[in-house]
Each structure stands twice: as C-alpha cells, then as structure tokens.
Design a protein around this ligand. Structure first.
Ligand code: TRP
Length: 341
C-alpha cells in the first residue's frame, strides 16, 4: 500500500491533508473530539499524512525519560484513536530529517518581525520567561516545513494554530514568488462536526491539560472512575433545565460533549432529559464518555505493550514520509542554487 501511494495520489487526485500533534503527555477529551476524531474520519476522503511533532516539543524543556515515553504514548494513542497506517502514513517527526532541513531554509525566508507577531510566541515567552529560546521563536517555520514538505492542500488546525498556518502560507507564497511554484499554498481545514470542548470548571475557557485544576479536563486515558468524578464536579447553572441557552456555558458544553459522543442532537438530548436534574445528566454524560473512550483505552493498552508493532508502524511511516518530503526539499534546494549530490 505504502509503495503505491504516490501513484494513487496522482490518479485519484485526492487532496492532501497534513496534521501533527505534540507529544505533550496528556491528550484530552478536547483534543480527541476537537481534532483526532476528525482526522480519523478524513482518512477515506483525503490523502492524509500525520505526525507526532516531537521536534516542536523541545521548545520547552523535557525530561528525557518522560519525553521518550510521551512520544511512544502519543504514537500508540493516535493509532488507538483510529489512525490507520494502511491509509495514512503516520510518522514521528524527528525520524524524518527533511523537516529540520527545510525548517532551516524557511527560516531564511521568514522575517524576524513576522515571528515576533506570533501570539503563541508572546504567550509562551511570558510563561517560560527563563527559557525564551530561539526554537520557541522559529517554531512556526518548522511547522511550515512540516506542512509544505508534503505539498499539503489542507491543514486541520484549531484556533490556536491559525496564525501559524497563515504564516506558513505567507512563507510558501514568498518562496514561490522568488523561485516559481515550489510549494502548494495550504488552506485551513475547518471540520464540520465536533464542537470546541470547554473546561469543565470554567466553561468559558477551552479545555486544556495545562489547566492547574485537574477537574477542568478529562484525559483520553483517564480511568472510568476519574472520568465520572470529573463530570460529576462539572460546573453548571441554577436553571436546572438541560437545554442550550445563553449564560449556560457549562450545560452547553456538556450537551456539546454528549452530542459529540452519542451523535444525538442538542434537541434530542433536551427531550431525553426533560424533568431530570443536572445530577442525572452529568452522570449520563460521564457514562457516555467512558463508553466512547473504553475501546480506545483497550487498544492503547495493547499497542503500548507491543513495541515491535509500534516500531514497524513508525518505521514504515518515516520511510514513506522521507521519500515524499525529500522530493520537495530537493526541489526547493535546487531552485535556491544548491549543488545537489
Ligand atoms: N504546532 C502544532 C500544535 O502544537 C503541532 C504541529 C506541528 C502541527 N506541525 C504541524 C499542526 C503541522 C499542523 C500542521 O498543535
């Protein structure tokens, strides 16, 4: 399958989608519903390429042992969520050297001013004031390299990555302007389904694993008891009616989650819980989430024990990724005037 893929790409003219996730240790229900689950669904209609963005991860200091485990966990968990390596090459970014190489090149076509305007850089340099390293600053050019190497047409990104994608487009456009068409200009892919999952404790904020309050988020690998506890503690309102409404951010969020995992509409959920209290509703949402995550957790536990299988998958992914990305890198280098060996 992997062998045939480039030809198929040409014949079927499916659009190319690239996306990546950082191996940050915890993948939340928000990541799953907001991003991963959609990636899984895209696999039939697009030529998807996915990666664990471990090069990006060292812009903040990592403990070596934990980092290594996080990379493997992220890889195994994404497989468990349904990334199918028969359909979608799936690799670990640091295994494919073209990423760092093109990132360097793109750095030379990216302006200091542009990088200075990235809101994530500004936020992160405030948060990690003791380690405002150059990698944190040039992070967007590495991300641009990730995307442009595969001539991606579409990139599913959340709001927090939109500015980086915009910059990737500008870099590509600039390079193409100087040397002629080299890179496909990528568009954002906005998913039609899957609402933005908010914090269970402050539902005006996005669910984030960096929230100090662990009850604010649910991890895909949380055990059922923990999940139930977190949902039981979720913030609601005083109306005691399960319906979508203004000033009901907590309930709106829980309805969104319920709807995402059961496929029921908000109206159906309102009807189902008519006359019932929030206690019952929270219990039901918790149970639905537990059931949704159970098979993923089971698969994860299998994969993570099977190091040989994981290795086989990520090696296959890296081999494919290198082959495709090397073409783009060569093309760009040739245009710049490098002597290719
Ligand atoms: N920067 C992204 C994040 O932190 C992860 C990422 C790296 C990415 N390279 C990418 C996302 C390329 C989309 C495309 O979420």
């Amino acid at each position: 399958m992997t062998e045939n893929m480039p030809q198929e790409t040409k014949q079927e003219k499916k659009k190319v989608i690239f996306s990546a996730i950082q191996p940050s240790g915890t993948i939340t229900l928000g990541n799953y519903i907001g991003a991963l689950r959609n990636w899984v669904k895209l696999q039939d209609d697009y030529n998807c390429i996915f990666a664990v963005a471990d090069l990006h991860a060292i812009t903040v200091r990592q403990d070596p042992k934990i980092f290594k485990q996080n990379i493997l966990n992220a890889y195994a968990l994404l497989l468990a969520c349904g990334i199918d390596t028969e359909k979608s090459p799936f690799f670990i970014q640091s295994h494919v050297h073209t990423h760092a190489e093109l990132a360097w090149i793109l750095n030379c076509y990216t302006q200091f001013g542009e990088l200075s305007r990235m809101t994530q850089f500004k936020d992160k340099s405030q948060k990690h004031a003791d380690n405002v390293n150059a990698g944190l600053f040039t992070y967007p050019s590495l991300m641009a390299a990730d995307i442009l190497l595969y001539q991606a047409d579409l990139v599913p990104v959340g709001a927090d990555q939109k500015q980086h994608l915009e910059l990737a487009r500008n870099i590509a456009d600039r390079f193409n302007g100087i040397y002629g068409k080299t890179f496909t200009i990528p568009d954002g892919y906005i998913s039609k389904v899957g609402s933005r999952i908010m914090s269970l404790q402050d539902p005006t904020k996005k669910m984030s694993k960096s929230d100090e309050n662990v009850n604010a988020w649910v991890a895909v690998l949380d055990n059922p008891d923990t999940i139930m506890k977190k949902f039981k503690r979720a913030v609601t309102d005083s109306e005691a009616v399960v319906r979508v409404g203004e000033g009901k951010d907590g309930i709106n969020n829980l309805i969104g989650i319920m709807s995402s995992v059961t496929g029921k509409t908000a109206d159906e959920i309102t009807v189902e819980f008519e006359g019932k209290g929030y206690g019952d509703f929270k219990q039901a949402v918790g149970e639905a989430v537990v059931e949704e995550l159970r098979p993923i957790q089971e698969r994860f536990n299998d994969y993570i024990k099977n190091k040989d299988y994981l290795e086989e998958q990520y090696r296959k992914g890296a081999e494919f990724a290198l082959r495709i990305s090397q073409r783009t890198l060569d093309k760009a280098m040739k245009k710049i005037g490098y002597v290719l060996k």
